[in-house]
Design a protein around this ligand. Sequence first.
Ligand SMILES: NC(=O)c1ccc[n+]([C@@H]2O[C@H](COP(=O)([O-])OP(=O)(O)OC[C@H]3O[C@@H](n4cnc5c(N)ncnc54)[C@H](O)[C@@H]3O)[C@@H](O)[C@H]2O)c1
Ligand SMILES: [Zn+2]
Ligand SMILES: [Zn+2]
Length: 381
Amino acid sequence: MRAMVYRGPYKVRVEEKDKPRIEHPNDAIVRVTRAAICGSDLHLYHGMMPDTRVGMTFGHEFIGVVDEVGSSVQNLKPGDRVMVPFNVYCGSCYFCARGLYSNCHNVNPNATAVGGIYGYSHTCGGYDGGQAEYVRVPFADVGPSVIPDWLDEDDALLMTDALATGYFGAQLGEITEGDTVVVLGAGPVGLFAAASSWLMGAARVIVIDHLDYRLEKARTFAHAEVINFAEQDDIVVTVKKTTDYLGADVVIDAVGAEADGNFLQHVTSAKLKLQGGSPIALNWAIDAARKGGTISVMGAYGPMFSAVKFGDAMNKGLTLRMNQCPVKRQWPRLLEHIRDGYLRPREIITHRIPLEHIAEGYHLFSAKLDGCIKPVIVPSA
Ligand SMILES: NC(=O)c1ccc[n+]([C@@H]2O[C@H](COP(=O)([O-])OP(=O)(O)OC[C@H]3O[C@@H](n4cnc5c(N)ncnc54)[C@H](O)[C@@H]3O)[C@@H](O)[C@H]2O)c1
Ligand SMILES: [Zn+2]
Ligand SMILES: [Zn+2]
């Protein structure tokens, strides 16, 4: 089969690989019909994630058609159209039993922190991902769901990560009626977090980025106020000024480890690898939140420590909430919101790229060229 393969930082290409096989009775093999490139894939592409091995296929946001099932699979059959959450999880361990699917204890030899994620390095279990013609889906009775007939395939694709994560970001913000919510980052996760914040009672939603074309999308898609941080002397002061000098009730970090905006933080993280990521967006969140406010961290950070302003967070009495998204937990509510027209996920898709040209997709998305917000990969195109 054809599959995207990692060859080292900034180098991906499409190669011939063995088609995956059933390795366990509860496995399924899924023929991928659409995959997406996620902001998280960029951390791998840039060589930021430890133990990203040459030869690995990325892709944790995908849908497809069941090709084959193992002997114990009961919920799926060949021919079913399925959406597959980005988490690989067993469904029955201590953590899964509590809905912490992203922290499953049975799917990753490194499971002290994160559970399993498709195509996300051996730090996250070493599973090959869905930017390929076929993918092996372990615990096939647990994660995937059959796509309802009425659901658009692009919307289903975005349910498997970006939409669920943005919604989860707003949820962890514990937004109450009338809150001012600041979202850092106008990528797919930030756009969906902003749109979801309204559904949870926000009275103001302010999106911050330095890419005008993405801020424009935040305005038209998520109906948010927008601020370009590159045009401000001090973005924290700008947020304070617009919130009666109190700060925002809720700040959502939808940026993560590769935040721009501070040269020293960038060099010590991306270049010198002295910290698990530049925490500049997170530090802005800590500074821009009001005392007693809540910070929700959706942006991904590496396993190493980062220079986070923890003392300020402590002294301000902030609540910090964060996790990799337990995707399937969000699905029942998201399906309602899409069906009722409150969320229109596919509107953020900007590019549709054949698998053979995936290297261009990574380049476009990484360098933020050609108005790229969300590239979708089509294996059969
Ligand atoms: N927690 C989860 O389960 C989960 C799931 C998906 C993605 N993520 C993470 O969420 C983050 C966003 O993902 P995405 O797909 O939207 O990525 P993306 O790269 O498309 O978007 C990130 C945006 O942040 C902006 N940005 C950079 N520095 C900034 C700063 N200091 N302040 C404000 N904005 C800044 C960039 O210009 C860009 O528009 C990534 O770190 C990704 O790994 C986490
Ligand atoms: Zn992702
Ligand atoms: Zn589990």
